[in-house]
Each structure stands twice: as structure tokens, then as C-alpha cells.
Ligand binder design. Structure first.
Ligand code: PLP
Length: 383
């Protein structure tokens, strides 16, 4: 059997060789191996310089100040820090209400559930049929005691885009802090923190051809926003996140972000054409329902429901495709996807849905082969 065709870029991406190369310069003797916090020798200074130039590069891409970038272990940690880090502010000001959506990543939903255990209350907005959360919905949910609104920019199961600028503007008017999980949007659509107006923004390297285990949280400084550290010790990252900085990981994140940024226009067009091609193949097949509306989604993600088949059976039968049912993080559970039921799909249809996600190494032949194979397997299963 040949290797399965990889169509799971929304779960993770292979590290780009250019990125891996840059990382390798910061690991071994002769490279930038030292602790960036070592102030007493040139090795430390050089490592610090690499970290700071990565910080400047990421800040520039986000249109932020370098002092507003906090390195974390990934978007999960960034989301945790963004939300839990506001705990003491909430307690001090008596603002103990959070607004989020029912289709967020578990890194947000589980953190919000934990905040509820700590005495905060959380409103979970229901998404539209296309998977979008609107400023009007947020406006209706805001209360005098709202501390934070956290809504993802692009949904990881559907690819749907929400109007974060509109949401953040409302928040600003009401003195409410705004956060967005940009793990699926960063590098694929413009993510400019000034244009968006958000106070906090999470991103991750391994969704953009960088290494796993590194991410960042943008923290707007102009209003003196300060988060409670969740990891203590040493006071790194302006006291918000301690731990020796992983120079190679940070350099990898910056190199990956730069590549995404430089290639965004070209890749959006190329992958858009692949997505359209895949969708037109799907439209030739019977009982196919597109959960992702191409007009409001990034081209990298297509979520599809297949009528008349069982999802798990279908996924197992499709062993020549590397894909997932919704989010990889949920694949251990037998519950239907909370995102698909969240946009109003029946349990049966949610169970029979698959997420195809495309990326830098996806070729036209992959799309054609995957579609031909899919049609054959569906035909067999439906007999
Ligand atoms: C992948 C992902 C995360 C988790 O990021 P990690 O870096 O793997 O912790 C969070 N939110 C969204 C939307 C994601 O797609």
C-alpha cells in the first residue's frame, strides 16, 4: 500500500525544511545553544539576540510592538493564559462574566468551564449555520460585569471566519477585554492586531509549518493589560510566563510565520483553486452536504457530511486518506463534534462528517486521487 494522502493540515503541518534548517542553527555547540537569559557571556547574548529578532519579526507580521509578544508552548497555553490570566482582574473589578461561542476549540471551552468552577459565569453564543459569530450576537450578550469576550477568528473544523474587528470594537466601547484564538487564521488571512483591535491573540507554530510545542500570545500593552502568570519561576516574558526560552523553537516559529506571510497571497490562490476543484468533485457524488460554506471559509478547510453512511465506518474504510472527523483533539471521544451540532447538524449527519484540510504540499493530483478514491469507497459502503 502506498502512503495515505495527507489531507489533515488543520490538525498539524510538517515543518518546512527552511524552518527546520533555521532551528538547527540554534541547538548544537557552535550554534546558539546557550540560555538566552545568560547575561555573562557572548553565547547568552547571541541566543538572546536570536530570540529578540524572532520577537520583532512576529510582532511586525502582527503589526504589534515586540514587547507585546509572549512566547508560550502553543495556542492551548496561550488560550489558558489569556483567560485564566484575567482572573485577579475579574475578582478585583467584580467583572466575572465571560462571553465565548459554543464552537470554540477545547482549549477555550475547557478553560471557560474551569473559570465557571471558580465562580465566573460564561455565555456560550450559538453559531450561525455557516459557523460564524456576529458582533450583534456579542452585543446582545454583553453585560455590565462582562470581563472578556473570546471568539476564534477561524474555526478549526469548518474554516469559517468571524468578524473579529467588529466584535473587538464593541468590546472596546464597553471596556471589555477581547481575545481571539488565531491558530487557524494566522498566516492564512491577514491578522493585524491594530486592524482587528483585539487585546489578546493566540497563535501556534505547528499549524503554519513550524515545530510543535511553541506558540505566542499577543498582549496589548497600551492599556497596561497585565495577565496573572500561570507558570511561575524566574519572571521571564515580563513576568507573564516563566521558563528558559527555547531559542530553536522561537526561531522556528518566526521563520514559519515569515514564510506564511510572504506566500500568503500566492498560497491562498493556489489552495483556493484546489478547494474549488475538490468541491466540484464532491458535487458529482450523491448525498453530499457541504458543512463549510466556501464563501465564508478559508480555502484550507472543507468539512463534508456524507448521507447514508456511518462516519466512523467511512473514516476506517478511507485508509488511503489521512483525514479526521472534525477536530483531532476529539478523536478519542465518541461524542459527535460540538462544532457540527453547534451549527445545527443532526447527530447522524455530524457523525458522518469528515474534515479535509489542504496545505503547502497538496497537489492537484492529490485532490483528484482523493476524490476518485472517496467516490469508490462511498459507492461500496452504500451498496
Ligand atoms: C490547533 C489549535 C489549538 C491548539 O494549539 P496547540 O499549539 O496545538 O496547543 C487551539 N486552537 C485552535 C483553533 C487550533 O486549531
Amino acid at each position: 500500500m502506498s502512503s495515505p494522502i495527507y489531507l489533515d493540515y488543520a490538525a498539524s503541518t510538517p515543518t518546512d525544511p527552511v524552518v527546520a534548517d533555521a532551528m538547527h542553527q540554534h541547538l548544537c555547540l557552535g550554534g546558539n545553544f546557550a540560555n538566552p537569559a545568560s547575561r555573562g557571556h557572548v553565547y547568552g547574548w547571541q541566543a538572546d539576540e536570536a530570540v529578540e529578532s524572532a520577537r520583532a519579526a512576529v510582532a511586525q507580521i502582527l503589526n504589534a510592538n515586540p514587547r507585546e509578544i509572549i512566547w508560550t508552548s502553543g495556542a492551548t497555553e496561550s488560550d489558558n493564559l489569556a483567560i485564566k490570566g484575567l482572573m485577579s482582574r475579574g475578582l478585583r473589578t467584580g467583572r466575572k462574566h465571560i462571553v465565548t461561542s459554543a464552537i470554540e476549540h477545547k482549549a477555550i471551552l475547557d478553560t471557560c468551564a474551569w473559570m465557571e468552577d471558580q465562580g465566573f459565569s460564561v455565555s456560550y453564543l450559538q453559531a450561525s449555520a455557516t459557523g460564524a459569530i456576529t458582533p450583534a450576537q456579542v452585543q446582545a450578550a454583553l453585560r455590565d460585569d462582562t470581563l472578556l469576550v473570546t471568539v476564534m477568528q477561524v474555526n478549526n473544523e469548518l474554516g469559517s471566519i468571524s468578524d473579529i474587528a467588529g466584535i473587538a470594537k464593541l468590546c472596546r466601547e464597553r471596556g471589555v477585554i477581547s481575545h481571539t484564538d488565531a491558530a487557524q487564521s494566522f498566516g492564512k488571512i491577514p491578522v493585524d492586531v491594530q486592524a482587528l483591535g483585539v487585546d489578546l491573540l493566540s497563535l501556534s507554530a505547528h499549524k503554519i509549518y513550524g515545530p510543535k510545542g511553541i506558540g505566542a500570545l499577543y498582549v496589548r500593552r497600551q492599556d497596561g493589560l497585565k495577565l496573572d502568570a500561570q507558570v511561575h519561576g524566574g519572571g521571564h516574558e515580563m513576568g507573564m510566563r516563566s521558563g528558559t526560552l527555547p531559542t530553536h523553537q522561537i526561531v522556528g516559529l518566526a521563520a514559519a510565520a515569515q514564510l506564511m506571510h510572504d506566500e500568503m497571497a500566492e498560497q491562498t490562490q493556489r489552495i483556493g483553486a484546489l478547494r474549488d476543484r475538490f468541491v466540484s468533485h464532491l458535487q458529482q457524488m450523491p448525498s453530499v452536504h457541504l458543512n463549510s460554506d466556501p464563501s465564508v471559509c478559508i480555502p484550507q478547510i472543507v468539512n463534508v457530511a456524507f448521507g447514508g453512511v456511518d462516519g466512523e465506518t467511512l473514516l476506517l474504510a478511507l485508509n488511503e486518506l489521512a483525514i479526521s472527523t472534525g477536530s483531532a483533539c476529539n478523536s478519542a471521544s465518541v461524542e459527535p463534534s460540538h462544532v457540527l451540532t453547534g451549527i445545527g447538524l443532526s447527530r447522524a449527519l455530524a457523525d458522518a462528517s469528515l474534515r479535509f484540510s489542504f496545505g503547502r504540499y497538496t497537489r492537484t493530483t492529490d485532490i483528484d486521487q482523493a476524490a476518485t478514491y472517496l467516490a469508490a469507497v462511498l459507492g461500496r459502503l452504500r451498496q
